[in-house]
Design a binder for this molecule. Structure first.
Ligand SMILES: Cc1cc2nc3c(=O)[nH]c(=O)nc-3n(C[C@H](O)[C@H](O)[C@H](O)COP(=O)(O)OP(=O)(O)OC[C@H]3O[C@@H](n4cnc5c(N)ncnc54)[C@H](O)[C@@H]3O)c2cc1C
Length: 351
């Protein structure tokens, strides 16, 4: 079998790269063994603002422009609904925070995404004595529906192999790569935290940050958008909400923990005061990087192997841009954005 590309990983990074290939009429096959699940547990929020400091997120406006067209095209092609443009409401904890917000909302760029009105809390089940601020141009992608539907479509097209990719079985020739009888021009690794097992790219400083959510049901809460206090409360379907997430740089397993559950319940109780029941608890490892920038580019020696990783906490917004960058780099020799190019870590590579 001969294809243009083999892709390892079908999370947000792999899907975004597949979309580039599909649009450019390239043939490909995708391997995934469900060993990582960051994209399956993600809150799916796209949000241009760092809500701790009221600053713009990395390349926020540039990335934001790509989000809706990118995911809407997938919605149309797969006949699914995954995009919801719902606002985020930030709870203020003090007058000082209110002042910081309004100072920020006067600044260029931030003025486009931060409301300059102080919203009074009208929901008696929420604790927000100092009011709320609204983030515009935010929303949510249903990443579970996206990943499941995408994999189903690839299966129908016989482009999906549901098995572990064995990195040691790659055969590198001068003008192609081979893997278990499949010949390709390039292998692209979109393996998330699985990169730690990847002998070609494990030199890169991927740290990984475990995150956990609880899913609650609450008939009384009745939120009209995502609420951000010490944690996020994200409306799902039928009076259920995603509540989280935690950050843990030490535990690298995908198993939910009792400790995180209690932390989330305690924080939730400071934000709301109505009854709720916990109906699920999930965990995954965010592929975070030492310098908080993505990891994109070709292997320093085996240049038919490439990586798209390090999506960090904002995979929904970053993935379409990173996929476009990598595709143009591999196909058109375009230079990569230096902030994402793995060349910045060349000193860590020992051949
Ligand atoms: C709790 C939590 C909340 C988050 N909330 C948000 C949010 O609200 N908004 C946002 O934008 N981002 C959020 N993120 C971050 C987001 O989930 C990630 O940035 C993104 O999902 C990473 O995508 P990925 O494709 O790189 O990795 P993954 O989703 O982990 O995908 C990697 C894939 O590679 C496969 N794989 C790995 N190794 C192999 C192998 N050897 N063989 C075969 N397959 C392999 C895995 O099975 C997996 O499917 C959150 C993350 C977590 C954990």
């Amino acid at each position: 079998m001969k294809v243009d590309y083999i892709i390892v990983g079908c999370g947000l990074a792999g899907i975004a790269f597949c979309e580039e290939l599909r649009r450019n009429k390239k043939s490909f096959v995708v391997f995934d063994d469900a060993s990582q699940q960051s994209s399956m547990v993600a809150g799916g929020l796209y949000n241009p603002v760092v809500l701790k400091r009221f600053t713009m997120a990395w390349k926020a406006m540039e990335l934001l422009k790509m989000v809706t067209p990118f995911y809407t095209e997938i919605e149309n092609n797969l006949n699914i609904e995954i995009v919801s443009k719902s606002p985020i409401f930030r709870i203020f904890n003090s007058v000082e925070e209110q002042n910081n917000w309004f100072t920020a909302s006067d600044k260029p760029l931030l003025s486009e995404v931060l409301s300059d009105k102080l919203l009074k809390n009208s929901n008696t089940n929420i604790n927000a004595n100092f009011g709320l601020g609204e983030v515009f141009q935010a929303g949510k992608i249903d990443t579970v529906t996206l990943v499941n539907a995408y994999i189903n479509c690839l299966k129908k097209e016989e482009k999906f192999v549901e098995t572990s990719f064995d990195y040691n079985k790659i055969i590198v020739d001068k003008d192609k790569v081979q893997y278990q009888g499949i010949e390709a021009d390039f292998i692209v690794f979109a393996d998330g935290f699985g990169l730690k097992e990847n002998p070609y790219f494990k030199y890169l400083p991927l740290i990984g940050s475990k995150g956990e959510y609880i899913v609650i049901e609450s008939k009384k809460l009745k939120l009209k958008g995502t609420l951000k206090g010490s944690i996020f409360i994200i409306p799902l379907k039928e009076e259920t909400y995603l509540v989280g997430a935690t950050y843990d740089n030490f535990d690298k397993t995908n198993q939910p923990t009792e400790e995180a559950k209690h932390i989330l319940i305690d924080k939730l109780k400071t934000m709301i005061h109505c009854d709720f029941s916990i109906i699920d608890h999930i965990a995954g490892i965010r592929p975070t990087v030492k310098d908080r920038r993505p990891l994109v580019g070709k292997h320093p020696i085996v240049t038919r192997l490439a990586v798209i990783n390090g999506l960090g906490t904002r995979g929904v917004m970053a993935s379409p841009y990173l996929a476009q960058q990598l595709f143009n780099h591999l196909e058109n020799r375009a230079e990569l954005d230096s902030e994402i190019d793995i060349q910045r870590f060349e000193k860590l590579f020992i051949s």
